[in-house]
Design a protein around this ligand. Structure first.
Ligand SMILES: *Cc1c(COP(=O)(O)O)cnc(C)c1O
Length: 403
């Protein structure tokens, strides 16, 4: 029992902090959208700027994407096919997957979320179906996202599962040297800051045939040509020993998730995933609104606008880093974890910032180790320099007051 998951312990340790967060008015906020990350609380009419939004390029409110979502529903005449996609599907599903495939030059399968992409693909990997019929040892990075970790018990029923320290290349290479087939499961860009050593991992792949599984929920859109992400940008092109899952709910500004299954001409894995990919074999798929949004967002990703938004994001990240100290300062990624320590103090910081018009997400166990709580802040291309400056002075003032 509890070799891989312990929900009971998570509830015991962190439910109280959710209560504290909620009492401080920092959870269950019901708002109306004022665009560009601004919201207005319905009950108090108070407006605030969301400093913890995943919409790194501001595409969540792009008019072309919204229009395409609405048109897709009307033109298709339905929100869902209401039958498993492997049996009957609307052509807009194929067009959305083709648009994504064009973008990343890989075989793409869409899923209702990144978590569903992980649920569909990790058991396939553990089965050996992607590694010549031989189940690989599944080696998870300790900090891999929760949606990957929660698949460990299922993977462990078909393959050996191990967990190694964060970014521990030596431990991974030792396992590779054993001569057994190894699959490494990690985030490309980590949701609480930092990234995988992708170049070094690719060297291990080249040397030992290591299979690599990456979660690119944060790298996709924000990095690389056409927003293809950290991993593909480093690789140059996908290969058949690499599998990437991503969210389309975050920087991409649409809906759902996707699996980049391998080389574009390789239909076999697409068929395997739609036949044996767990949740996606039932009635789940991205609805037609989401599919319309994906096609429009893919168009934006292929246009010159994407590079401009990425450059704008980098400018904002640089300004943020000039003004605010953080562990990952200078790494060019848009995620900043502001370490505070105690869970109580973290909520106090967030409460004070909210009173000054800035929403920030307090992050505590099990997302981060106990007693290492802090605020997760995400910089966006559509932030105003003045807002970043005002936020920085509010945060720095709080830090000074507490020292
Ligand atoms: C948000 C997140 C996910 C989950 O994405 P969904 O599309 O909401 O399922 C997966 N991995 C990482 C690293 C994330 O931050």
């Amino acid at each position: 029992m509890h070799q891989y998951t312990n929900t009971k312990k998570a509830i015991e340790l962190s439910n109280r902090f959710w209560d504290v967060t909620t009492e401080a008015g920092l959870a269950n906020i019901v708002s109306r959208n004022l665009n560009d990350g601004f919201h207005q609380v319905i009950s108090s009419e108070k407006s605030f700027l969301n400093m913890s939004s995943y919409s790194y390029l501001g595409l969540d409110s792009h008019p072309d994407i919204l229009r395409a979502a609405a048109d897709a529903v009307i033109n298709t005449g339905s929100l869902n096919t209401s039958i498993s996609r492997i049996r009957v599907q609307f052509d807009i599903l194929q067009r959305a997957e083709a648009a994504l495939a064009d973008l990343v030059d890989a075989q793409v399968l869409t899923t209702p979320s990144c978590a569903a992409a992980a649920a569909a693909s990790l058991p396939l990997l553990a089965s050996g179906a992607l590694t010549d019929g031989i189940a690989p040892v599944m080696v998870f990075d300790k900090n891999a996202h929760f949606c990957l970790n929660m698949m460990k018990p299922i993977c462990a029923d078909e393959a050996e599962v191990q967990t190694i320290s964060h970014n521990d290349l030596n431990a991974l290479e030792d396992l590779c040297k054993s001569g057994r087939r190894i699959a490494y499961v990690a985030d490309g860009v980590y949701s609480t800051g930092g990234q995988a050593p992708v170049r070094e991992l690719l060297q291990l792949q080249h040397k030992y045939g290591l299979f690599l599984f990456f979660d690119e929920a944060h790298g996709f859109s924000t990095l690389g040509r056409h927003g293809r992400g950290l991993v593909l940008e480093t690789m140059g092109e996908i290969n058949d020993r690499t599998l990437i899952v991503t969210s389309l709910n975050k920087g991409f500004g649409a809906s759902g998730g996707a699996i980049f299954l391998g080389r574009r001409e390789d239909r076999l894995r697409h068929d395997l995933a739609t036949r044996f990919g767990g949740p996606i074999t039932w009635s789940q798929r991205i609805n037609t609104a989401g599919l319309g949004a994906i096609i429009a967002s893919a168009g934006i990703h292929r246009s010159a606008l994407l590079g401009q938004l990425q450059a704008q994001l980098q400018d904002k990240v640089r300004l943020f880093d000039e003004l605010i100290d953080s562990e990952s300062r200078g790494d060019g990624l848009p995620i900043r974890f502001i370490s505070i320590g105690s869970e109580e103090n973290t909520v106090l910081y967030a409460k004070s910032l909210f009173e000054q018009g800035f929403y920030t997400s307090p992050i505590f166990f099990p997302v981060i180790a106990k007693g290492r709580a802090g605020l997760r802040i995400m910089v966006r291309a559509n932030m105003q320099d003045d807002d970043i400056r005002r936020f920085a002075s509010a945060l720095n003032q709080l830090k000074n007051d507490h020292e």
